[in-house]
Design a protein around this ligand. Structure first.
Ligand code: NAD
Ligand code: 2HG
Length: 414
C-alpha cells in the first residue's frame, strides 16, 4: 500500500444546525467516523476558533461562512449546505481557497409548496387573527374578508422547482394560476405566464414569491410593487428575506391595502435562539410570521441529510464536483491501481502543461485526466499509474504558480 493522504478516520467533519441523522449514517457507511454534530449555528468568532481543524463542514441557512472564515480554514476541503440556499456562504471566497460547496437543490421543495398552499387558505380565511383571538378568550365568528380559494387567482413569482409545484397544487384546489419568471418556462396545467411582474401583481388575489436571492431580486417587492397589488390581496414570501422590503410591507398592511401576509424569511434572522427576533411586522394581526421553516419537515431533512452527505463523500473519495454550486463539474470514473491527484488553479494559460510536467518529469504515466474550467478557475483530476511518491508530487503541484489547492486521495477505492 502506498502512502495515504489522510485516512478517513482522520478527516474531521463538523455538522452544524441539527443536520439529520441520515447524514451521520451515510457518512458512517462511507467510512467517515470522525463526525461532530451540533444542534445550533456557530457565529463568526466561534467558527474562527474551530475551523482550523475541520476538513468537511456541514451547515444550513443560519451559519454564515465569510471570507474571513475561509481564510482561517486551512484544512477545509469541502462544504455541504444541507438546504437549497447557498447565499449564506461567500462562494467566491470558497473558490479562491479551492473549496467546492454542495447543496440539496430539490429535497425540501415539496415541503415549501405544501406550506404555501396551507397559508393561502389561512390568509384568505383570516385564520391566524381569529385563532389568536380565541386563544385570548375572544370569539370572532365572522365571514368578513373570508373567501374560498376556488376560482381566485394565485400569482407565482419564480416558476422554478417550488413555484411549479405550488402551481400544480393550487390548480388542483381550483385556483387560476398566473406566473412570472425572467426565463421562458413551460406553463404547467392551465397556468398562464405574465409578461411582467406588474401584470402579475395587478391580477392576483394572492402573490407568492419563489425566486432566488440575487442582485435582481433584492428589494424586488417594495412600496411601488405593493401598491400595484390588488386592494385586499395577500403576499407570501418563503423564498429569501431580502426579496421583500419589510417596512414597506408593514405600511401596506397597516393601511389595509395588503390584507394579509405569510412571511417565513426575513432580511435579518436571529443568529441564535437567544437573539430576539425584530421586525416591523410583529404585532400585525393578519401577518403569519414563521421562523424560516418552509423546508423544515422530517421528510425533507431526512432526504437532505442523505443527499448532501453523499455528495460530500463523492468529493472526498473521488474528487467528484458534480452538483457543486461554485465549481467546474468534474467526475472522472475511478480506475483500479491508480493514484488520484486533484489540482485546483486559477485559469491561466499553460496550467495543464505545468501540471502534466510534474508527472512527465518523473516518467509517470497519466492513465486518465479530466479538466474543466470556467473563466476564473480550473479543476483537474489526474489518475497516475505505477509507483508514485504522492507527497512529493503533491508538493510539486503546490509550487505551480496559480495553484489554489492540490491534494491526493485516500486510496480506499483501489
Ligand atoms: N423557506 C424555506 O425554508 C425555503 C426552502 C427551500 C427553498 N427556499 C428558497 O426558495 C426560493 C426558490 O427555490 P427553488 O428551488 O424553487 O429555486 P429555483 O432556482 O428552482 O427557481 C427559481 C426561479 O426563479 C426565477 N427567477 C430568478 N430571478 C427572477 C426574477 N428576477 N424574476 C422572476 N423570476 C426569477 C428563475 O428563473 C427560476 O425559475 C429560493 O430562494 C430558495 O432559497 C426557501
Ligand atoms: O434549512 C434551512 O436552514 C434552510 C431552508 C431553506 O431556506 C433552503 O435554503 O433550503
Amino acid at each position: 500500500m502506498t502512502k495515504l493522504s489522510l485516512s478517513k478516520d482522520k478527516i474531521n467533519i463538523l455538522l452544524l444546525e441539527g443536520v439529520h441523522d441520515n447524514a451521520i449514517d451515510e457518512l458512517a457507511r462511507g467510512g467517515y467516523a470522525s463526525v461532530e454534530r451540533l444542534p445550533r449555528a456557530l457565529d463568526e468568532a466561534e467558527l474562527l476558533e474551530r475551523i482550523g481543524s475541520v476538513h468537511i463542514l456541514g451547515i444550513r441557512s443560519r451559519t454564515h461562512l465569510t471570507a474571513k472564515v475561509f481564510e482561517a480554514a486551512s484544512k477545509l476541503i469541502t462544504v455541504g449546505c444541507f438546504c437549497i440556499g447557498t447565499n449564506q456562504v461567500d462562494l467566491k471566497a470558497a473558490r479562491r481557497h479551492g473549496v467546492p460547496v454542495f447543496n440539496a437543490p430539490y429535497s425540501n421543495t415539496r415541503s415549501v409548496a405544501e406550506l404555501v398552499i396551507g397559508e393561502i387558505i389561512m390568509l384568505m380565511r383570516g385564520i391566524f387573527e381569529k385563532s389568536q383571538l380565541v386563544h385570548g378568550g375572544g370569539w370572532m365568528k365572522s365571514a368578513k374578508d373570508s373567501y374560498e380559494i376556488r376560482g381566485k387567482t394565485l400569482g407565482i413569482v419564480g416558476y422554478g422547482h417550488i413555484g411549479t409545484q405550488v402551481s400544480i397544487l393550487a390548480e388542483a384546489m381550483g385556483m387560476q394560476v398566473r406566473f412570472y419568471d425572467t426565463v421562458r418556462k413551460l406553463a404547467l396545467g392551465n397556468a398562464r405566464a405574465c409578461d411582467s411582474l406588474e401584470e402579475l401583481l395587478s391580477v392576483s388575489d394572492v402573490v407568492t414569491l419563489h425566486v432566488p436571492d440575487t442582485p435582481q431580486t433584492r428589494d424586488m417587492i417594495g412600496e411601488r410593487e405593493l401598491a400595484a397589488m390588488k386592494k385586499g390581496s395577500h403576499l407570501i414570501n418563503a423564498a429569501r428575506g431580502q426579496v421583500v422590503q419589510i417596512e414597506a410591507l408593514a405600511a401596506a398592511m397597516k393601511s389595509g391595502h395588503v390584507l394579509g401576509a405569510a412571511i417565513d424569511v426575513f432580511p435579518v434572522e436571529p443568529g441564535s435562539d437567544k437573539d430576539e427576533f425584530q421586525s416591523a411586522l410583529r404585532g400585525i394581526k393578519t401577518a403569519i410570521l414563521t421562523p424560516h421553516i418552509g423546508g423544515s419537515t422530517m421528510e425533507a431533512q431526512a432526504n437532505i441529510g442523505t443527499e448532501v452527505a453523499q455528495k460530500l463523500i463523492e468529493y472526498s473519495d473521488n474528487g467528484s464536483t458534480v452538483g457543486a454550486v461554485n465549481f467546474p463539474q468534474v467526475a472522472l470514473p475511478v480506475q483500479a491501481g491508480c493514484t488520484r491527484f486533484l489540482h485546483v488553479h486559477e485559469n491561466r494559460p499553460g496550467m495543464l502543461r505545468k501540471v502534466n510536467e510534474v508527472f512527465s518529469g518523473r516518467d509517470l504515466n497519466i492513465a486518465a485526466q479530466y479538466l474543466q474550467t470556467d473563466p476564473e478557475l480550473g479543476y483537474v483530476v489526474v489518475d497516475v499509474n505505477g509507483d508514485v511518491d504522492e507527497l512529493e508530487v503533491t508538493n510539486d503541484l503546490r509550487t505551480i504558480e496559480g495553484t489554489l489547492k492540490a491534494r491526493f486521495l485516500f486510496p480506499s477505492h483501489r
